[in-house]
Design a protein around this ligand. Structure first.
Ligand code: ADQ
Length: 468
């Protein structure tokens, strides 16, 4: 048994342990870290039950304890669909126009966080390191402190952090920011997100920010940028061994020499799918020689389908894809292939590999793992080209991609053209540089850097005493 402190990961959903590799990104990273330290993964069970019937379940899998609690339908609606996805998600992606703020939902959000804290507190040991993930759980540390928990607690935000002017539109921004100061370490995806957090603390909360130390509300905490990455070797393997290899060969056969552009995104308005369709239409408009020779494969599984803004968005996208096809299709060529389905990761890897261009054009994104997966799946001897939005966190690291402003349809269309025409030499030069960056920022480094920084953060009691 390792002598280092035990790690306790907390996220809205608890991912599979056995099939973690298949589930991808976060599950792989967390399971690796939890196995190393014999830890607990805590979160919602994914089940909704009658009010008063919620239970804590624990099970062991591969040396990791999975601890989950149920939620009532009312709690799920208020906490998950309501405040998390109808208010915080658009806010964090700079979409004030889509925010639906309801005090009753905020209360449910907070009470679910309290319930999480009460159940989790019973499982914690004094020297555990607690690592909380994402915007569903902003007040969790504050609620754990109420339960007299003194452990080191870190928080990682997977989404962007918005400018203070946007955040301040949320009526309760101050109590949420105050709650963040119950953590000992807060991690962001990029330096820009970190800078916006610092700015918010100074300008909206009267706090101070000096390097990695930020203070406000009578407490000093540590902050940092910890860019998430992927397991590069694993994804390469997926693309070049069965069944990914087989999917690749099958796709090539189906394509019959045509070039494929690929987009893979949850069906979410932040991913820029509407403007991407429009840009592809513009590309076809201005490059008639591409007709019959290029297709756009857009894989977009339905996400958060019970929320109205998502349903509306899906209808608009259906219309936009149909518009481009209606305008340009011929009896022997359909330019847009559009699937609303999740695919196994190995299949995805084969499809990425078979695609000449990867199109990743979110309007705003915390990082974007698809951009990295596309690169890792390329054949280094004859790689495809990544077209990447400047507003994805990944653009701060993947500088050799063709960077575009997704609000500029003409620029995006032109990048599609440049990507398809790029010489082999140029493609290889860019791909080589990008792979070096991917390897430097792989997912192991992300979780090691975060967990080490959390272990080094001053303990709760010490930090509080110093202030008083
Ligand atoms: P997401 O918004 O979900 O993640 P992203 O980073 O692109 O966005 O990750 C999506 C993952 O889902 C990828 O691993 C991708 O392969 C997978 N996926 C997408 N479509 C799929 C399909 N049709 N079938 C199977 N798998 C599919 C949030 C933030 C991001 C941040 C990540 C990680 O919004 O900004 O990069 O967390 O921190």
């Amino acid at each position: 048994m390792s002598r280092s402190p035990r790690l306790v990961a907390v996220s809205n959903r608890v991912g599979p342990v056995k099939g973690a590799a298949a589930a991808g990104g976060l599950a792989v990273a967390l399971v690796g870290a939890l196995r190393e330290r014999g830890g607990i993964w805590f979160g919602w069970s994914g089940r909704t039950v009658g009010a008063g019937k919620a239970r804590l379940h624990t099970e062991k899998a591969d040396g990791i304890t999975l601890a989950t609690i149920d939620l009532s339908q009312h709690d799920y609606d208020g906490y998950y669909n309501g405040f998390s996805n109808n208010c915080l998600w658009p806010l964090l992606h700079f979409r004030i126009d889509l925010i639906k703020f309801e005090r009753a939902q905020l209360e449910t959000y907070w009470s679910v966080n309290r319930r999480f804290a009460q159940s989790l507190a019973k499982l914690l040991r004094p020297d555990d390191l607690v690592w909380v993930h994402d915007f569903h759980l902003l007040p969790l540390a504050e609620e754990l402190r109420r339960q007299r928990m003194r452990q080191r607690i870190g928080f990682f935000l997977h989404t962007p952090f918005p400018p203070t002017e946007i955040l301040s539109t949320l009526p309760v921004h101050e109590s949420l920011t105050r709650a963040l100061f119950a953590y000992d370490l807060i991690g962001f995806q990029t330096e820009d997100d970190l800078a916006r957090f610092r700015d918010h603390v100074v300008r909206a909360c009267g706090g101070r920010a000096r390097g990695e130390k930020v203070s406000a509300f009578g407490r000093e905490i540590r902050v940092g940028a910890f860019p998430i990455g992927i397991d590069v070797d694993q994804f390469k393997r997926y693309a070049f061994t069965a069944p990914g290899n087989k999917e690749y060969a099958r796709m090539r056969k189906v394509l019959r020499g045509r070039d494929q552009f690929i987009g893979v995104d949850r069906l979410d308005y932040s991913k820029g799918l509407l403007r991407r369709m429009d840009a592809f239409g513009r590309y076809l408009e201005s490059h008639p020689r591409a007709h019959g020779k290029v297709i756009l494969l857009q894989v977009a599984p339905v996400s958060r389908g019970s929320i109205e803004s998502y349903r509306n968005f899906r209808q608009e996208l259906d219309r936009e894809a149909a518009r481009v096809n209606g305008r340009f299709a011929r009896f022997d060529w359909t330019p847009v292939h559009y699937l609303n389905r999740a695919l196994p990761r190995r299949t995805l890897a084969g499809l990425y590999r078979a695609s000449r261009v990867g199109i990743v054009t979110p309007m705003r994104d915390g990082m974007n793992l698809v951009a990295m997966e596309y690169l890792a799946a390329q054949d280094a001897a004859n790689p495809g080209v990544l077209v990447l939005s400047r507003f994805a966190g990944a653009a701060q690291y993947l500088r050799e991609a063709l960077l575009v402003n997704p609000y500029d349809g003409e620029e995006t269309a032109e990048a599609m053209h440049l990507a398809r025409e790029m010489t082999l030499q140029e493609r290889r030069r860019r791909h080589e540089a990008l792979m070096r960056r991917l390897e430097a920022h792989n997912v192991d480094r992300w979780r090691r850097d975060f967990v080490n920084a959390l272990a080094d953060a001053p303990a709760w009691l010490k930090a509080t005493r110093k202030k008083s």
